[in-house]
Every structure is written in structure tokens, then in C-alpha cells.
Ligand binder design. Structure first.
Ligand SMILES: Cc1cc2nc3c(=O)[nH]c(=O)nc-3n(C[C@H](O)[C@H](O)[C@H](O)COP(=O)(O)OP(=O)(O)OC[C@H]3O[C@@H](n4cnc5c(N)ncnc54)[C@H](O)[C@@H]3O)c2cc1C
Length: 427
């Protein structure tokens, strides 16, 4: 449905502007006065009222905007008085908002702190004929140049416990919350589940985009649902896990639904007694000094943080976006042939029968670890990470990424795919 929808209640002068599935403006004459209300319909029965109003068989008739405005202007309020203030800035430098720290400007830029603010921004973009581009923590993107769009920095906050039976918790979190801060909050509350995902940079709202994962856990393991606003009409929709089509660093929001939604709230299932997952990487080794029966979710989190700090460059020190490439999955036959010549090659057979390889190992074997092009290069401790020392353009970093991909293809016959989102990549 395209919002707003303008309606009049048959036989009356009452008019309505339905702004979305959870908001409408109502304008009703009362004696000599006209009363105008801005109704937020986030709960029943207001939501039901909206459904009834837009249903074809009700006593409401469609009218045009002019007819609605004529009535609305008789009231004490006007459209502007209910409008959400929106501060749109121009030519804003984005280096400070991305972990790569590459210079590029946003033609227009606004921060949004609520769903209504987001809708106001979407209205602005439509009325100015400008595309929107969504920015979370900027830790998974490479900007290839200036962004000719309204860049929306999502700052919607809040953590809400939706249910708690003493052991299991459902918690809904604003998209603008910082992921790691939220994980720390869950541990402070004694909720287990997300501890292996400690210290992943970025926002909660971006976490389902690529189904973030680390140390044997992905968010899909604890995902409950998410709310997203459709860019084309501002409507709010709930996505359950099955709607998100989560995969390895994948979701429907990177494929079929790419560029159509802005995630505003994500909910998780957590468990005070969830089992500790220590079988991945060096976690077990890190925890050896603590007897197994005494280990806690917090201990696992601290182990993960120590391991990550020893391996990965801190974006506050060196620009980077974490793993630049995904770990490739190849047919079992091809893996067998590679293992015959490279018996030490790390390989992880998948339930599908295919075999996952470690992109970092392939890049290192191809001789790229520590490669330095003065302004940028390949990290000297983790070959999967491209780094920006300062002064590089997005295109230069991308040229390096392509050189790495070509050389891995030439040496192993394996195609690497970037994990980092390429923004403004020219074909
Ligand atoms: C040092 C380092 C380590 C990392 N380690 C890991 C790791 O272990 N595992 C892992 O999975 N990732 C890792 N990452 C990648 C990154 O942290 C995650 O992908 C994170 O979820 C990105 O969040 P963000 O808010 O920074 O997203 P951004 O970079 O701001 O955005 C990423 C994409 O999502 C879109 N987007 C952002 N927010 C929204 C929203 N609310 N609605 C709709 N679209 C949105 C953007 O338009 C963009 O396309 C690492 C990155 C760094 C720098």
C-alpha cells in the first residue's frame, strides 16, 4: 500500500490521513471547532482501526490530499506542526563514520533517532527525488567515492525485555545500539547466547544484514524477529527468522530485498543457562586456567575479546573493515585435488557435501600477508584483513582487493568474494 492514504468517513466531515500501518492523522469537526490528532497506533485497538479504515468494505471513502488539507487547515494545527524536525546537512565527511576511515562525502546527511524521524527522512528523500543510503557503524563498507544520496545514520536506541520466564528472555533492541555494548549488557544481566560475538564492531541494526558470526556462533542462532521500515512507503513490517533466509554472511536483505528496507529493531532469544561454546578457535585454551564447571558466559566473552585483540587490527589504530573476503566454499572434488598438493590446507566439510576453505590461509599462501602499498595494504597478522594507513582512496583499496582475488584464483583456482559492502563501485 502506498502511504499516505486520505479518507473521509461517509456522511460526515471527518477526514483521515493514514501515514502507515501504525500512524494516522485524524481531523474531526466539533461544533464550531475542528480537532486534529496525530495518532500513533502501535497497539490494538488503534492498529485495528487502521486496518478497518483501509479495508475496501468499510464506510470510509478515498479522497485526495487537497480535500484532506482543506478540512485539516480549518483546525488549529497544520501539517507542519506534526512534522518531525529533520536536520539535513550537506557535504558531510564520512571518514569519521566508517572504520576504514577513507575520505568520501555524503551529499546529504541526517541522523535518525526514531521510526517517525526515519519516515520524515524518507518523505524528504522522496520529495527531493534523492536516494537514501543507510549507515550503521560503518564497519562493513568500503566507500568508492562521494555518496550522492541522503545518508541516514541510524541512531534508534533502546533495549526492551519483551518476556522473561526466569530463564529464557526475549529482548528487543533499537537498531542504533552499538552491538558490543549490547552484548556486554546481556552479560551484565546474566543472559547467555551472544558471548562468542563479543567485540564485533557495528550496530545492532546491521547484525542481521550479514548474519554476523564469530567463534562458532551466528546471530541466527539467537534471532527472534526484526522490524523494518520499507523505504518506498514508510510502512513497518516484522520479519521472522524464516523470512530472513539467513546463510553464511548472508540474509534476504543482501539479496532479494536489498536496498528495500531499513531495520529499526531486532529481537533475540537469550537463555541464562545456555551452554558455553568453547570448541572454536583458541577459546578452550584461553580458559584452561578456569575449572570447566566454574566457567561462565562472561569468561567466554573475555576469552573471545583477548583472542580478537591479539589477532585483529583495532580500527581506532588502523583503518579496516574486518575480514575483507568471505571464506569460499568449493566442490568436494576440487577440495580433494587441492589437498593432494597442499595437505596442510585448512578445510571444513559442509553438510551440503561441499568444503569450506579459509580465505586468510589462501591469501597468505599466495604471498600477500603484510603486503604494503604505503597508504594501504594487507594486514601483517591476518591476511584476510585489508588495512588503510591513511591517504588511500576506496578505488585503490579495491584495486588491491582485485589483485588479491586474481592471484588466489590463479594459484588455487578458487574465486574469492568480498564480505565488505562496496559502496559506489563503478562497473
Ligand atoms: C575489526 C573488525 C572485525 C569484524 N569482525 C567481524 C566478525 O567477527 N563477524 C562478522 O560477521 N563481522 C565482522 N565485522 C564486520 C562488521 O563489524 C559487521 O558486519 C557489522 O554487523 C557491521 O555493522 P555496521 O553497523 O558497522 O554496518 P555498516 O557498515 O554501517 O553497514 C553494513 C551494511 O548494512 C547496511 N545497514 C546498516 N545498518 C542498517 C539498517 N539499520 N538497516 C538496513 N541496512 C543497514 C548498510 O547500508 C551496509 O550495506 C568486523 C569488522 C571490523 C572492522
Amino acid at each position: 500500500m502506498q502511504y499516505p492514504v486520505y479518507l473521509q468517513l461517509s456522511g460526515t466531515e471527518n477526514v483521515y490521513a493514514i501515514q502507515g500501518p501504525d500512524r494516522f492523522w485524524e481531523c474531526t469537526p466539533l461544533g464550531a471547532q475542528t480537532l486534529c490528532h496525530d495518532v500513533l497506533a502501535t497497539t490494538w485497538p488503534e492498529r485495528q482501526r487502521i486496518l478497518d479504515m483501509v479495508a475496501d468494505d468499510g464506510p470510509w471513502e478515498r479522497i485526495d490530499r487537497a480535500a484532506f488539507e482543506a478540512q485539516w487547515n480549518k483546525g488549529n494545527c497544520n501539517m507542519e506542526s506534526t512534522a518531525i524536525p529533520l536536520d539535513v546537512l550537506e557535504h558531510v565527511e564520512l571518514a569519521q563514520y566508517t572504520t576504514f576511515g577513507i575520505e568520501a562525502k555524503a551529499r546529504w546527511f541526517a541522523e535518525v533517532t526514531s521510526v517517525d524521524g526515519l519516515r520524515a527522512a524518507l518523505d524528504w528523500s522522496r520529495s527531493h527525488g534523492v536516494e537514501v543510503f543507510v549507515l550503521g557503524g560503518g564497519s562493513n563498507m568500503l566507500l568508492h567515492g562521494d555518496v550522492e544520496a541522503l545518508v541516514l545514520r541510524i541512531q534508534i536506541r533502546g533495549v526492551e525485555v519483551r518476556s522473561d520466564d526466569g530463564r529464557h528472555v526475549e529482548v528487543a533492541v533499537g537498531a542504533g545500539e552499538v552491538w558490543h555494548d549490547f552484548v556486554m549488557h546481556t552479560l551484565d544481566q546474566g543472559w547467555g547466547g551472544l558471548e562468542n560475538l563479543s567485540l564485533i564492531p557495528g550496530s545492532v541494526g546491521a547484525s542481521p544484514m550479514q548474519n554476523i558470526g564469530a567463534y562458532g556462533v551466528e546471530i541466527r542462532d539467537h534471532f527472534a524477529w526484526l522490524d523494518a521500515v520499507r523505504i518506498s512507503d514508510g510502512s513497518l513490517q516484522r520479519f521472522m527468522a524464516e523470512d530472513c533466509a539467513f546463510g553464511y554472511r548472508e540474509s534476504v536483505f543482501k539479496r532479494e530485498e536489498k536496498g528495500k528496507w531499513i531495520l529499526v529493531r531486532v529481537a533475540f532469544h537469550l537463555d541464562r543457562e545456555s551452554p558455553l561454546r568453547m570448541g572454536y578457535g583458541a577459546i578452550e585454551q584461553e580458559l584452561q586456567h578456569i575449572p570447566e564447571a566454574e566457567r561462565t558466559h562472561r569468561d567466554v566473552s573475555e576469552a573471545v575479546i583477548r583472542i580478537r585483540q591479539s589477532k585483529l587490527p583495532d580500527p581506532a589504530q588502523i583503518g579496516n573493515a574486518g575480514s575483507f573476503f568471505k571464506n569460499p566454499t568449493i566442490p568436494a572434488k576440487q577440495a580433494e585435488a587441492l589437498l593432494a598438493t597442499h595437505p596442510n590446507m585448512p578445510n571444513y566439510p559442509q553438510p551440503s557435501g561441499e568444503v569450506k576453505l579459509a580465505a586468510g590461509w589462501l591469501i597468505e599462501q599466495a604471498g600477500w600477508k603484510g603486503h604494503n602499498r604505503a597508504t594501504h595494504g594487507v594486514h601483517d597478522r591476518q591476511a584476510l584483513v585489508l588495512v588503510h594507513f591513511g591517504g588511500a582512496t576506496g578505488k585503490e583499496v579495491w584495486d588491491l582487493a582485485q589483485d588479491v582475488m586474481k592471484s588466489v584464483k590463479a594459484q588455487f583456482g578458487v574465486s574469492l568474494e568480498p564480505e565488505v559492502n562496496q559502496v559506489g563501485l563503478q562497473d
